[in-house]
Every structure is written in C-alpha cells, then in structure tokens.
Design a protein around this ligand. Structure first.
Ligand code: BGC
Length: 457
C-alpha cells in the first residue's frame, strides 16, 4: 500500500470528540454536558472519568505536535457546546472562544487542517432538563449555537461537520443513557428533531460564513446483512433494519423523506411528529458526507419480530490473525466499508464523501525495549487499518469521489458509557502514569505510509 493509491489531494487525518478527550469539565465558566452528568450519575463505567478524560484541554500543544509528527495533515475535533455557550442558549463564553481559537491556531501552526464537528453528543445538561433533543425547541437552540460557532471561529476552521452520527445519539436515548427509561418513541423523537436541527444549523452557518465555507455532516453507516436474505422475510427484515439504523437519518437530509412503510414501528411515532413543511425543512445539500464505519449489523430470524441476533459468516483474516472481532466483540468486515462507500456515492445529500471515522478497539501489548523505551504492539489494529484502507483505495480506483480518511482515534480516550477500557487510539494513554502518551505500532505504521514508504502491514 502506498499513499499515492489515494491521490495527491487526499486528506489524511485523525479524529476525536470533545467530551472523550478534553477533561476540564468545569473549568472557567463551562457547565456540565449530558455526558458529564451521566459520568457523575453512574452511567459511565469508572464513573467521572470524563472530568479529566485525557486532559487534551491542557495538553493539546503536545498532542497536536505528535499528530503532526506522525505525518497526518488534518485533525478533526469537536466543540463542546457547554464550553462555548455555558447556558446552552444566549451569550458565548469568552473563555470558550479563547480556548477553541487557541486549539485551532495550534492545529494550523502544526500543519494540521482543523476539521470541526459542531455537535458530537455533549448537549448542555441545562438544555436536557428543558427537554433536550426530545423537545422541538432543540432545533432553534442548535441553530443559535451554530451561528455563534460560525461567527466566533469560522475564520480558523477549514471544514465543518454539523453533527456526529445522529443515529448513534438517538440510540443513546433509546437505551436510556441520560436518566430516561429506554424508549423507542424517544429514539424517533430525538432522531426527527436532530434531522430538522442539522439542516437548520447548516443553513444558519452558510448564511453566516458565505459560499466559500465547506460544510458537511457525518453519519454512521451500518450495512445490514442476513444469511437468508433471499427469502421474502429476510428482505423485509433487512429493509426494516436499514430504515431504522441508517435511512431515517440520512434520507430526509437528502430530500428523500422518511422510509415510510419499511419500519411500521417507527412510522407510528413519526406520523404524530412530522408537521407540514418538515420534509422540506430537513432537506439540505452538503458539501460532503462524512461516512463513519465500524461494523455491519448482522441479523437473523428472532423469536420476537424486530429483535436482532448476530450470526453472519465471519470475515476470514489472513493467516496468523485468528480473531475476527474487536475487543468489544464487533465484527471486523472491511468489505462493509467498501459497500457503504459504493452505496452512499451519489446520495443526494452530497456529491463528495470523506471517511470521517474508522477504527477499532483491540487489546494492546505494552512492552519495553532493552533500553527501557516503552512500546505498544497492536498488530491487529494495523491489520484493521490496512484492510479498511485497501477498500477505500479500491473504491477510489472505481471512481467513487472520496476526499479523505480520518482514523478513530488519535489517542485512547473515554469510550462513552464504556469508560476507559476500550482503547481505540493510535497513541496509547497510560492512565497509571500521568496520562503519558506512547505511539503504538499502528501509529508508526501510519507514519511510514504517510512518509510515502510502501507498507504491507
Ligand atoms: C463515535 C465515537 C466513538 C466511536 C467508537 C463512533 O460512533 O463517533 O465517538 O468513540 O464510534 O465507538
């Protein structure tokens, strides 16, 4: 594999999200987000681990230097809404603005294009208690926040992404992460309001930033696979899951409306929610679609209709690599990435695609060289990246317009409710030793690839 396989203008980056890395949860005038609240109320493994996270808020200079030294040309960050606008609505914080301006400047000084996600799941808790995403007011709150971000930071940002994976965020509400009882109705409500809010915020940002700004948004792509797809039941089940996991979030933005008829459970809730004019209001053409791929969703006939099981044939890895699941038990299926890139190319939501997240948690092996230099062996992660990147290269060769790839994540961080245990980083974070950073073998593999060496894994 060679970086030339991806073309000369391809963006190579690493991604992260505010709550997962920043820490400084109550520094200056920052107020709690829903994830701070979750951490403080036993909803996150390890408890309040997000309070410090990996302390990016104080270590960003070193972290950005490190990312740059690995050869990457872009850093994806997200803005913490309650850091930038502590009361959720109204006035922006001087501290929040100063902090993000410094981080964005530091990206630029290190030769890293700053790609910024407006919302990566950390709603101000103060808005959550007013109904949060379940309230239709969230659309206006989010629009106002978008405008503030555009006006205060727009001159320093190279690419905007309005939201991170609205489907996954709706799922957090479905499973009751934020002091709610698990509820399908809430999943659909949150989904519909996010859809309206994303298009609305994109329009507000465009109006504030003008025609030259690059504004995209991201979606999780979960291909749904089933062994017996050829049966009528199988085809219907795949359509239903695809509607619930993917299409009810992506299609309305592209002007295709909701996938009515494919998932009756969802239709029932939507019928009460969707008002006249909503389908137009949700439609927006973006400059790029951020594709985020981790795993396919396998399904099989289950005792209760609508509940899923798992077995799909495992991906056969090269000799020497027995496991085909990540440390979280996620199926490793690189061809799933190829399939979603082909499927989403040409979606009316955007002409261009960028892989804005892809990566895996594996168990890393900490060792020391004879001279005491710490090393972290993670050959499975390197294999994961190589096989997934090969799919991207193949899609590009087939003419699919893919402009970049962001590895998730640059360093180990707080994996939402799962806390510190799953390690997704290219850089190891030693939680026992002052959050020391140690580039893993996979980071060094990227460094060789990006310095234009031919690498084979
Ligand atoms: C999210 C990340 C998360 C990653 C791994 C994505 O859905 O955007 O924040 O850490 O998956 O679970």
């Amino acid at each position: 594999m060679h970086r030339d396989d991806f073309g000369p203008n391809f963006t190579w980056g690493v991604a992260s999200a505010a709550w997962q890395i920043e820490g400084a949860w109550n520094e200056a005038d920052k107020t709690p987000s829903i994830w701070d609240h979750a951490g403080h109320h036993h909803k996150v493994s390890g408890g309040a681990v997000g309070d410090v996270a990996i302390d990016f808020a104080h270590r960003y200079q070193d972290d950005l230097k490190l990312v740059s030294s690995l050869g990457f040309g872009a850093k994806r960050i997200s803005l913490s809404w309650p850091r930038l606008v502590p009361s959720g609505t109204g006035k922006a914080s001087e501290h929040g603005i100063a902090f993000y301006r410094e981080v964005l400047q530091a990206c630029r000084e290190n030769g890293l294009e700053p790609w910024v996600t407006l919302y990566h799941w950390d709603l101000p808790q103060s808005l959550h208690v007013r109904g949060g995403w379940s309230s239709r007011d969230s659309v206006e709150w989010f629009g106002d926040y978008a405008q503030i971000a555009a006006e205060e930071l727009g001159d320093l940002v190279s690419h905007w992404m309005i939201a991170n994976e609205p489907s996954m965020h709706a799922l957090h509400h479905l499973i009751g992460c934020f002091d709610h009882i698990p509820s399908v109705t809430r999943y659909v409500r949150v989904g519909h309001h996010q859809n309206l809010a994303i298009a609305h915020a994109a329009r507000r940002m465009r109006a504030a930033l003008g025609p030259d700004a690059t504004i995209g948004t991201t979606h999780q792509a979960m291909p749904v696979w089933i062994n017996n797809e050829q049966t009528e039941w199988g085809k219907r089940a795949v359509r239903a899951y695809d509607a619930i996991l993917n299409r009810m979030f992506l299609d309305p933005l592209g002007g295709l409306g909701y996938p009515w008829g494919d998932a009756p459970l969802v239709d029932k809730v939507l019928r009460k929610l969707v008002r006249e004019g909503d389908e137009d209001a949700m439609t927006h053409r973006f400059d790029f679609l951020g594709v985020q791929y981790y795993q396919p969703q396998g399904i099989k006939r289950a005792p209760i209709p609508g509940i899923w099981g798992l077995p799909i044939p495992p991906h056969r890895p090269p000799a020497g690599f027995a496991p085909t699941k990540t440390a979280l038990g996620w199926l490793v299926r690189p061809e799933g990435l190829g399939s979603v890139l082909r499927r989403w190319a040409g979606h009316p939501v955007a002409d261009r695609l960028v892989v804005t997240e892809n990566g895996a948690a594996f168990r890393d092996e900490r060792v020391q060289d004879a001279d005491g230099t710490p090393r972290v062996h993670d050959s499975l992660r390197t294999w994961y990246y190589r096989t997934h990147l090969a799919e991207v290269a193949r899609a590009i060769a087939d003419g699919i317009p893919i402009d970049g790839y962001f590895a998730w994540s640059y360093a180990d961080n707080i994996e939402w409710m799962l806390g510190r245990k799953p390690r997704f980083g290219l850089v190891y974070v030693d939680y026992e030793d002052d959050l020391r950073r140690i580039p893993k073998d996979s980071a060094l593999w990227f460094q060789r690839l990006l310095s234009a060496e031919t690498v084979d894994g």
